[in-house]
Write a protein that binds this ligand. Structure first.
Ligand SMILES: Cc1cc2nc3c(=O)[nH]c(=O)nc-3n(C[C@H](O)[C@H](O)[C@H](O)COP(=O)(O)OP(=O)(O)OC[C@H]3O[C@@H](n4cnc5c(N)ncnc54)[C@H](O)[C@@H]3O)c2cc1C
Length: 438
């Protein structure tokens, strides 16, 4: 029985955004937690990497204003949250093809105005888009049966310009899954909160600090200050259920805990849970997931490459989005490029890919300053494939006091920071006996 005299002893296995969200939520209530993180730094798929002495990330990330829980926890652990995130009102800039800006009007008027004034699309397309959003709102953004995003767009008569330069890139950016394979319901959940919620929900937020410094590291300080333990470079090798509680083994040390939150990446979950019969269902669901890659490339130039927007979409070619790191966080001459999901670019070597992206930048934005260095990072299992009607394991498992956290667990969102954070909070609240919905 949990009580102030008898608090749960919680092991959190994995120090990504999910694990650290659980740790903060428990630490706030003075519950002693121990976070085990195998890597040298916290953050998992959203972590700092040092390249040529510059603190960068394994992948360029964006957040949206609708990431309610992520933003709340960042605000809780950061001394000056407003300084670490660049907040931009929705400005969809597909270079030379489509531009869409949300004026400062109350939702959903801001979206209707953005669609109706979209530069690059004709009136017929703009009205079709407003009609679609109106119909989706009328249906509460729920579909009777899940389908693909392509089918959804075709069913609502979306024209070629908005399909190609707004909806499809939005689908790939949000779900990291090609529109023909992506779940329309998950896409609608993102539209509901991102474009149809309050006006701030559609803001884009880009971190001015690396992704470790954005949340997991201040979260670790927060946890330690409340009596918790956060270990890095500490790989868990086994989790054994006991008659009462669990034995968690890391290296040669085995420790006893009353509760476990397993916040591992999904492809490692089955290996840990497979031998525990009560968890075989959850293990099978995790094992059945398929994955999509994300490639990020960094280019350090001798001088500024002036891009039209802090985040500029390239409508054709290999790179999807360019990030002007000088405008975002003052990293002089640094440009980041993102290529989401699977595609023909995966047959290219990293050098050829970088060369192509450089060529595209030159074609769009004129002669480039001399290049000092470049680095391409591909995360092969960046996210699960967000396919229609996908079954995801619940956070609460049939094994008492054993919880699952991670972006792949059941939830409204595709594999994102917000999905990870929400799952961690659900686990922590479950342990605390707090059943209020998120
Ligand atoms: C390149 C890239 C770009 C992305 N872009 C975006 C974006 O723009 N916006 C967005 O919202 N999301 C984005 N995502 C998705 C987002 O990063 C993930 O959804 C989120 O980070 C997942 O967090 P998690 O805690 O669920 O899992 P993970 O981050 O995978 O955390 C699991 C942790 O467990 C640790 N671990 C593994 N094995 C062990 C072990 N045996 N013992 C102890 N620890 C172990 C791992 O090292 C890791 O730290 C992107 C992802 C990638 C890879």
């Amino acid at each position: 029985m949990i009580s102030p005299e008898n608090p749960p002893q919680v092991a959190i296995v994995g120090g990504g955004y999910a694990g650290m969200a659980a740790a903060v939520t428990l630490a706030r209530r003075q519950v002693p937690v121990t976070v085990f993180e195998a890597g040298p730094v916290l953050g998992g798929r959203a972590r700092r990497v040092a390249i040529h002495g510059v603190a960068l990330d394994n992948g360029l990330h964006i957040l949206i204003g609708a990431y309610r829980e992520t933003l709340r926890l960042i605000a809780e652990v950061q001394a000056a949250p407003a300084d670490v995130l660049l907040r931009l009102p929705l400005d969809w800039h597909m270079h030379q093809r489509l531009q869409l800006r949300a004026p400062r009007l109350p939702a959903p008027l801001h979206l209707a105005a953005a669609l109706l004034t979209a530069k690059g699309a004709n009136w017929r397309e703009r009205f079709a888009a407003v009609r679609m959003m109106h119909a989706l709102r009328g249906a509460n953004f729920r579909l009777p049966h899940d389908a693909s995003v392509s089918d959804l767009l075709a069913g609502h008569g979306q024209g070629p310009v908005l399909t190609r330069y707004l909806w499809e890139p939005l689908c790939v950016a949000a779900l990291n899954t090609p529109p023909g394979d992506a779940s329309a319901q998950l896409f609608l959940n993102v539209l509901r909160d991102g474009l149809n919620g309050d006006r701030a929900g559609s803001d884009l937020l880009i971190s001015r600090v690396d992704l470790g410094a954005l949340f997991p590291e201040p979260a670790a300080r927060y946890v330690r200050a409340r009596g918790g333990t956060v270990l890095t470079g500490c790989r868990v090798t086994a989790i054994h259920p006991l008659a009462s509680g669990f034995q968690v083994t890391a290296g040669t040390a085995a420790q006893h805990f009353s509760h476990v939150i397993c916040a591992l990446p999904p492809h490692q979950v089955a290996g840990f849970l497979g031998g525990i019969s009560a968890l075989s269902g959850a293990a099978a669901l995790a094992d059945a997931l398929e994955y999509q890659p994300i490639t990020s490339a960094y280019f350090q130039f001798d001088g500024r490459v002036k891009l039209p927007a802090p985040m500029t979409g390239l409508p054709q070619g290999v790179a999807h989005w360019l990030f002007d790191r000088e405008a975002i966080c003052g990293q002089r001459g640094l440009v980041g490029a993102v290529i989401s999901a699977e595609g023909p670019h995966h047959s290219l070597t990293q050098d050829v890919l970088a060369e192509r992206v450089l060529r595209e930048m030159g074609e769009h934005f004129g002669p480039l300053p001399p290049l000092q260095w470049q680095r391409v990072i591909t995360e092969k299992r960046a996210t699960f494939s967000a396919t229609p009607a996908l079954k995801r394991p619940a956070q609460q498992t049939p094994l008492q006091n054993f919880w699952l956290a991670g972006d792949y667990t059941a939830g409204d969102y595709p594999a994102t920071l917000e999905a990870a954070v929400q799952s961690g909070i659900v686990c922590a609240r479950g342990i605390l006996g707090d059943t209020a919905a998120l």
